[in-house]
Write a protein that binds this ligand. Structure first.
Ligand code: ATR
Length: 283
């Protein structure tokens, strides 16, 4: 927790519904304390019919910044004054800064994911990457990988039409990068530098979205699920000797990116990671 609160304390928070299980307050308050910033971060549960009022309240109460989580990442956009080009292309905002009466939304999920790849020394530029899933996380990751110069992006989803719709929407935004919606049969023989699971398969039950044994070449694997820390998908990657990483890094670095967007200071990564791990171990 930050030390003393006073009349100059800057207020940050997260809005969503529900938000009581979020790890973000621990992560950001740990960071504020570590850097001795006079700031505090709290969770605001917001009912859907009160979203617009809540956003107006950010200005009225001079709240300095917020994170936005499910189910408001897209719904909040009409109530903001401005959004960054990346958030615009993803169609979702997870971070808002309040500056001089203006609310600007951005998206740190995709950049957080790409920053987490540095932990496995993976630069997406000129790489062939497979993405499993076509939901909100897949959108953020697809757009950011394209922006970071990936060579070829192949999207597979249980409901193929959703993958096709995503490709149709994103291809005109990234005309120089081939984006393809593919069946699993078409994905297996590809030479993939990285395969990413963005689906929720493996989160609640021990199932994997694909059988990694059926792929011809996969050099790296990432599952954006962090709880459980090793999904079936990651377990299979380990058994096959494929370098693999879970979603803890994405969670941590979306927080670091948000912190830096708000404060202009380098996020204390190790402190934030320690706070996250403490939260996860008590769940
Ligand atoms: P998020 O915002 O986290 O991406 P989402 O928008 O609800 O979540 O998307 C969930 C993704 O997981 C979808 O791609 C979903 O596939 P469908 O479009 O076919 O629903 C995928 N998914 C969920 N459970 C799955 C499972 N058991 N096997 C494969 N894919 C699954």
């Amino acid at each position: 927790m930050p030390g003393s609160l006073n009349g100059n304390t800057r207020l940050y928070g997260i809005i969503g519904n529900p938000v009581q299980h979020t790890f973000s307050p621990a992560m950001h308050n740990g960071a504020f304390s570590a850097l001795n910033l006079n700031a505090i971060y709290v969770a605001f549960p917001v009912l859907p019919e009160l979203l617009e009022s809540a956003v107006k309240g950010l200005k009225a109460l001079n709240i300095a910044g917020i994170n936005v989580t499910v189910p408001y990442k897209t719904a909040i956009i009409p109530f903001l004054d401005d959004i960054t080009p990346l958030a615009q292309s993803i169609g979702a905002v997870n971070t808002v800064i309040h500056h001089n009466g203006c609310l600007t939304g951005t998206n740190t999920d995709g950049p957080g994911f790409v920053r987490s790849l540095q932990k496995i020394s993976f630069d997406p530029a000129q790489k062939t990457i497979g993405i499993l899933g076509a939901g909100g996380s897949a959108r953020a990751i697809l757009a950011t990988l394209a922006k970071n110069g990936a060579k070829h992006l192949l999207l597979n989803n249980r409901t193929h039409a959703r993958a096709e719709a995503l490709v149709a929407e994103f291809q005109p935004l990234f005309p120089h990068i081939p984006l393809e919606a593919v069946s699993l049969e078409a994905l297996y023989p590809q030479e993939l530098d990285l395969l990413i699971n963005t689906t929720s398969a493996g989160m609640k039950e021990p199932i994997a979205p694909v059988d990694l044994k059926r792929f011809s070449t996969i050099r790296n694997v990432v599952d954006i699920i962090y709880n459980p820390p090793e999904t079936k998908f990651l377990e299979q990657a380990r058994q096959l000797g494929i370098p693999a990483m879970n979603g803890l890094g994405m969670l941590l670095f979306q927080g670091c990116e948000a912190f830096e967007f708000w404060t202009g200071q380098k996020a204390p990564e190790e402190v934030m990671k320690t706070e996250l791990l403490k939260q996860i171990s008590t769940k």
